[in-house]
Structure formats: C-alpha cells, structure tokens
Design a protein around this ligand. Sequence first.
Ligand SMILES: [Zn+2]
Length: 85
Amino acid sequence: MGIKSITKTYEIQIAKSSHKCSSNSRHLINKGDRRLSIREGRSSKTYCLECADKILNTGVAHLLKTLESIKKTSTSSQEGSDSLL
Ligand SMILES: [Zn+2]
C-alpha cells in the first residue's frame, strides 16, 4: 500500500447542528442533513449537497482530465481500454 489517496481530504458527514453552507450563505444545512466536508489545511469547510454535487462533478472532470494527460504522456500502447472499467 502506501499510495496516497486524494479522497481523504473530503467526506460526507451528518451535520451535528444546523449551519450555513460554506459556498452560499443562503443555503442552510439542517441538523441531521448530509453535508460535504472538505479539509483545507487545518480547518475544513462544509457544503450543502447541492453545492457538493457541483464541487464533486467539477472534481471528477478535473480528475478525468488529469488521467487523460497522464495517458497521453505515457506509452500509447494500450488501445481499447474498455476492459479497465
Ligand atoms: Zn450550498
């Protein structure tokens, strides 16, 4: 093992109290709601699921783009990588 996981910087949590979303103060996260927590340095920010959806989709798009760039610079001998899925 020993492979660093970027997914450790965020997690879905259950809100222990109601509070505002870090992305939009008009979004309210109620106690007991699921929320996305993203660690930023020593603190962490929490987002409502609506914002979490956007953040995660952007993250996925970025990860796929990064993966693409890795594949492009490495050997292009792997044709038809459908079997990887
Ligand atoms: Zn929000």
